[in-house]
Design a protein around this ligand. Sequence first.
Ligand SMILES: NC(=O)c1ccc[n+]([C@@H]2O[C@H](COP(=O)([O-])OP(=O)(O)OC[C@H]3O[C@@H](n4cnc5c(N)ncnc54)[C@H](O)[C@@H]3O)[C@@H](O)[C@H]2O)c1
Length: 456
Amino acid sequence: MDSDNSITRREFVASSTKAAAGALLLGRMPTIISAKPSLKKKRLAMVGTGHRGTGMWGTSVLASCGDIVEFVGLCDINPGRAETAKKMLSVSCPTFTNFEQMIEKTKPETVIVTTVDGTHHTFITKALEMGCDVITEKPLTTNEAKLRQIIEAQRSSKNKIIVAHNYRYPPTQARLKELLMQERVGRLTSVDFHWYLDVYHGADYFRRWHRLRENSGTLLNHKASHHFDLLNWWIESEPEEVHAFGALEFYGKNHEFRHTHCRPCPFKEKCEFFFDMTKDKRLMQLYADNEHYDGYTRDGCVWKEDIDIFDKMAVQIRYANKVQVSYSLTTYSPYEGFRVAFNGTKGRIDFWMHEKQPWPMESYDEIHVTDSFGKAEFVKLPRIEADHYGGDPVLRETIFKHQSAPDPLKRAANVRDGAMAVLIGVAARNSIGSGKPVRIAELTDLVPQAQKPYAE
Ligand SMILES: NC(=O)c1ccc[n+]([C@@H]2O[C@H](COP(=O)([O-])OP(=O)(O)OC[C@H]3O[C@@H](n4cnc5c(N)ncnc54)[C@H](O)[C@@H]3O)[C@@H](O)[C@H]2O)c1
């Protein structure tokens, strides 16, 4: 018989799950429950063994969850990079250049998709067809035709797709979401959201595969899908109509000199955007050492004439619940960060995330809550610099260790969430092309809902 102060297993699970949920709510790593190491580890396979694959989903997953997961296969179109990844992860599994062969031979339970954005749909649909669950990096895909394929594949499969929308997971986002859920400034009516990529980070997108819309769907998709997903999640509604402007007027052909890439560049001395990747051992191992397989140069010239993505973008969004959004993305700012403001019927919430700036930084992040006709409240939160404002470790542990824990902030993202983030970018791109507003319902058979449906 149980003694008075003992708890049943069910109570223990319930209370520890609550504690874990509370910790996750604040963006902290839960310390009370940890999944019991099962005898059989979850079998993972990865396609796309580049920077994100080997880092966030490779060494970091093994470091934090290596007791419950194992890699059974690694696949990349570049055989050298797959071998480099195998060494970086210190694993003994086989490597492949053929995805189907990997699935057939290694029989993974879950496939992690970390290839370039424009290829995600191929691996997501094939993995589902072959009976695997999928964890895919954002953006879910790059255009409406590929998105329709993914939606159909999900409808005819019992397997699950998780879209890794990591920006929902930092502690600052948790606090903003709580304030919005509590209607702290009344009913939300509009949002001002402006994102600044600086001359280092912003420029990097114009050096790499992202510079071609075929690969990235433009930064309205590759980068802004993070931001559009945050908007959908904050506003708790789905986008209905989008009108946008965009141009390429700084990078690419807008310059007097250029070369193929930085290492052999004759303009090194005078180009402010010269990037010396030889100083970064990891980048040299992943990319330079494997260049001879695919000709991909990680330090491509930001002035290349084939660049066909926008470098400044402005988007207006109207949601099905009538909330309006003004959004912009700048890619050559002198400092990095974002500003967001939520206008409600009873006040306004302001938040400025400083990431990199030339003047002294505070050691905390601060949310300002201003009541109409009343006082102002300042919510200070400890600043977390690493891993996407502290979001990556929380997402990783949530996926691998706490998937069945309560999700009070509704942070889990499924195909519909991934789709809605992509659809705003696609609509914005189409609107820039046509000069006209675009309705989200025209792009796929998903009908925008005033109250956002949540992942189960
Ligand atoms: N959530 C985040 O914060 C975040 C951050 C960075 C990257 N990402 C996402 O992660 C993904 C990978 O980005 P990255 O920065 O690691 O790029 P990367 O270039 O380092 O890696 C991409 C890898 O995919 C491989 N690849 C390309 N086409 C392929 C194909 N058809 N078959 C097999 N392999 C193929 C490339 O050879 C490369 O090794 C992208 O979808 C990106 O949007 C997300």
